[in-house]
Write a protein that binds this ligand. Sequence first.
Ligand SMILES: Cc1cc2nc3c(=O)[nH]c(=O)nc-3n(C[C@H](O)[C@H](O)[C@H](O)COP(=O)(O)OP(=O)(O)OC[C@H]3O[C@@H](n4cnc5c(N)ncnc54)[C@H](O)[C@@H]3O)c2cc1C
Length: 466
Amino acid sequence: MTITRRGFLSASAALAAMPALTGRALGAAPLPREADIVVIGAGAAGIAAARRVAAAGRKVIVIEADSRIGGRCVTDASSFEVPFDRGARWLHNPDSNPLLKLGRAAGLDVAPVTLGQKIRIGRRFARAGETEEFLAALVRANRAIDEVSRGRLDVSCASALPKDLGDWAATAEFVLGASAFGKDLKDLSAMDKAHAQDRSALIACRQGVGTLIAKLGEALPVSLSTPATRVMWSNRDVAVETQSGKITARAAIVTVSSNVLTNDAIKFTPDFPKRQLDAATKLSLGSYDHIALQLPGNPTGLARDELLIEQSSSTRTAMMLANVGGSSLCVIDVAGSFGRDLSAQGEPAMVAFAKEWLTKLFGSETAAMVKKTAVTRWNAAPYVLGAMSAAVPGALLSRRVLTEPIGNVFLAGEATHETMWGTVDGAWDSGERAADAALRKIGALKDDTVEAPARPARSNRRAPRR
Ligand SMILES: Cc1cc2nc3c(=O)[nH]c(=O)nc-3n(C[C@H](O)[C@H](O)[C@H](O)COP(=O)(O)OP(=O)(O)OC[C@H]3O[C@@H](n4cnc5c(N)ncnc54)[C@H](O)[C@@H]3O)c2cc1C
């Protein structure tokens, strides 16, 4: 049976109710010495922040450690017949997502997408009754997590799980935990999960989400391959040190991941406040990786852009997006503690697991048809160090703490968003909000400008599921 439109993605969320220089050009030019606002990181949050500062007519400079724009949004356009998004591949909330319009205005094919969804039980697809049973288990698990989140203590999602999920217990754990947020349910705060906004309505960009973010950043002054090494901050101004020189600015927006923040890769003078450091530690990144396989001839019999999970008995499982955009590209995702251990073993072990998984579900002939492969290992990416932030039990308030200004330094990035953490949308929104806060701090934005209808407060329009 094919799961209906409100399949496991929605069931798992349901019932809880300027200027001109391009990045490359600036990379070759000497680093500017001054700006009104300096942005650290050219991922979705940094690009959103910089566009907003530039739109306010203020001088902005973005410094990016990596040699490209996009951070966790990166599209490999050459390995397969269709673009392969190595990081994020979907956006959310077609009704309110500004990236949809921006992407279209940039000439890209950005549109809402509905995915088919199927479950495999050993060598066969789940029957209608079994699928119903699974969806019911998912809904009950979600409801239990939601109920426990209304208590006084912020406990783990796993502690709330009903004990009678039977054969579907491990699958429900995978779908609600690792595959959604990069962490197992035992490592996830029930309160934080209950605040997550519904993420079941998806948007796809045919050219890739990485292409989209790079395109939106291409007119900004981005200095690539320029890691920030130190931020000197006060209530009046900031200075950011890099190996190519120092930039002084009136404010800074720091968008690096929570793991990069806690890894001490960027020194702060005075020290990064302990309160925010603790918050970032509690919002550490989970593990999520793609194993991309070219599988010609569609031996799985799955439809275009169809998601597949299996009835599993342990965390050693995966999810597959089959026949991406009607091509022979199939992407197997591994996540959570199992995904972390597997990716630590390296690329050959990841490809071997993918083939073993395909053999278990479709037979060795299918696994033997794999041609080209490509693998991501985000935990080892030095300027990110993981996939997406997920709050540990007890960390509910941490996201808000992380948005508190540190003198004239403002933190942004997916981890700082209270309802859309772990997403490109959340990162984008957080960047815009940090830019507004920084502009206001330097006197470049009056409060009534923020209230203007041109930019409604997206976070207010999206009520948390609770
Ligand atoms: C495999 C995977 C799949 C995902 N799938 C989805 C999805 O389908 N939909 C979705 O919405 N989200 C998804 N996400 C999450 C999404 O990619 C992130 O939430 C989002 O891209 C984060 O953006 P950001 O700007 O907050 O951080 P980042 O993208 O991490 O940007 C931070 C930038 O800072 C740079 N940086 C780091 N250190 C320094 C330094 N010292 N100096 C200067 N620059 C520095 C980094 O290089 C990086 O470019 C996925 C993530 C992964 C890993």
